[in-house]
Design a protein around this ligand. Sequence first.
Ligand code: SME
Length: 155
Amino acid sequence: MDKAETYRQLKAEIDSVVEGETSETARYATAACLLAQAFKPRFFWTGFYIVDPMKDAELVVGPYQGTLGCLRIPFGKGVCGHVAATREAIIVPDVHEFPGHIACDAASNSEIVVPVFHADGRLAAVLDVDSTDYDAFDTEDLTGLTAICETLLTV
Ligand code: SME
């Protein structure tokens, strides 16, 4: 099965599991689990950093699969913080070249980060996927992950 088809099936599975579920935590956890399982071992760390409603411009770690993640990331810091500030997805082929990259786990060498929005357009979270390989993510990952993130908070 090619990667685009894997993403199509995964999106259908995630949508089906979370249908009618009102807990955002349950939705994030489902997506993190199914993505990590489907793409292991390429997806070394898969999870969400959530916009903290109690803080100004700060992400706090949400459901994830992988090694210990750092707890908080200010908007503008590292790859996740950059995506939170710009609201645009990014592929980083070599994280060591990215200014301000936060190395939660030194084994990470490339990553992709995709924003998740509420229905009213407010930023809800970012999906962060890291790999121990360099250059592990391409436009098919971007398209597949974006499609999953687009409907993740739609009950
Ligand atoms: N790589 C991220 C930090 C989060 S962890 O890798 C889990 C970044 O620079 O935004």
